[in-house]
Design a protein around this ligand. Sequence first.
Ligand code: FBP
Length: 552
Amino acid sequence: MEKSALQIARYGYSPKLPEILRGNIDGIVAEKGKATRAKADEDDLKKLFPNTYGLPEVTFKKGKNADVGRKVNIGVILSGGQAPGGHNVICGLYDAMKKANSQNTLYGFLGGPSGILEDRYVVLDDKIIDEYRNTGGFDMIQSGRTKLETEQQFAVCTEVCHRHDIGAVVIIGGDDSNTNAAVLAEYFKAKGEDICVVGCPKTIDGDLKNESIEASFGFDTACKTYSELIGNIERDANSARKYWHFIRLMGRSASHIALECAIQCQPNVCIIGEEIEAENRSVDDITRYIADVIAKRASEGNNFGVCLVPEGLIEFIPSIKVLISEINDLIASNEAEFNALATTASKIAYIESMLTSSSKKVFNSLPESIEAQLLLDRDPHGNVQVSLIETEKLLVETVKKRLAQMKKAGKYNGKFGTQTHFFGYEGRCAFPSNFDADYCYSLGFNAFMLLSAGFSGYLSSITNLSKSADKWEAGGIPITMMMNMEQRHGEKKPVIKKAYVELDGKPFRYFVSKREEWAKETCFTYPGAIQYFGPSEVCDGTTRTLQLEHES
Ligand code: FBP
């Protein structure tokens, strides 16, 4: 396949490892810390994970490691949505395992978790690995959203691992995939199988983070890519001065991406879902807020601006949250009948007839296009697919109506020309930033160090990320430590706790301290293209979110 000039140039980039992982691989040893505890639901978790609950945290140090060269075959799986840097996790894993023993073999299971269930794989070698170094995408082995969660599936995994003499499985995924990695690790231990499972924290959404995991990979590059595009649009808006651009940003429920992009680009409006929920605001409240900003700018002759909307917003508006949960239950309990309905109109009428009167009112207040989008297929976890709901268009409609009312009342005298955008897939497979290239390579390398030392049920953890890569620390965190029990499909299940934007956290507080000024003035910033080859302060830094979180 023909290669672009950038692709060829990026092959030459050497990802930076933390100092501790450099040098001879038999000079790195694991040091166990104290036994860990989950923050909530300890008793339930202890019962569900009798073999893997309470494991100690692990840190790598310099020392003599006589076992690292023991031969091991490893299976690797990419799970869920694409995130820049996934290939480098595999490259780091591959380089570490070959460094330890050139006879080690890496099986790349194809198409996500279904690859291991169907025993579809490719044996990764230098030729394949070298073609994907520092590139975006998951196309080396592709991804998928099949869940690994039943005993029957685990039995198949065991069989497949035996067939290829696989002694460790690395699962690169988000909160749900890593939850399943922990369940698989527990299963192997309970059955006396000598197979380790190690996870790596992936998702552009940025919602897989906690005290031990500072960031999921892909968030950095995705935010930088979206910020470049938003900056370009801001410059266009400021040049033409005739449009309000409403931009919806991917990121599922949490608003981390929208917040980071707002800090990078200083738009006039950015809605944060978590704040909307905390303040119990309705669509009408959000509409009034945006319309007021538009009217104020119009009064100074500025009939243009940029408004960022997180894709998960709809789920944070309390009345719509209730509506979505009712729709989820109705679809789940009347699946066959609902699916048999041939037209969207009949589906809307069917659901509408069963809603409670308050939810029916909310449903009817939405444009028909949004009603239809709320009824689209659920994801494998039974959640509404927020990426399919055009909230930016909904807000343009409601704001338009509100401005017309304000005009009648003599409170607005501007022009409201609009453009809508959705940035999502554009950022998920971008070439990884230097930060993600380094972070991912380190996560993969470190995953090998964990599994070669026999740690199972752990998430590969690289920390101290706001410092330069040589100062990063390497270790492992027991996955059960990050779990709690949550209601899923009517059942209490162990899951890794999702991280939402903290309203008392520094990044959000910084945004709040600036947003009034950004709303009124034109303070746009234009981050531009991600620079790979240039001054270190441009190329190697991480997100503003992480920098603010680490500021003392
Ligand atoms: P993960 O949680 O699996 O990392 O996926 C993230 C994401 O990009 C979300 O931001 C988005 O809502 C969703 O995937 C879109 O899913 P799909 O790729 O199935 O369209």
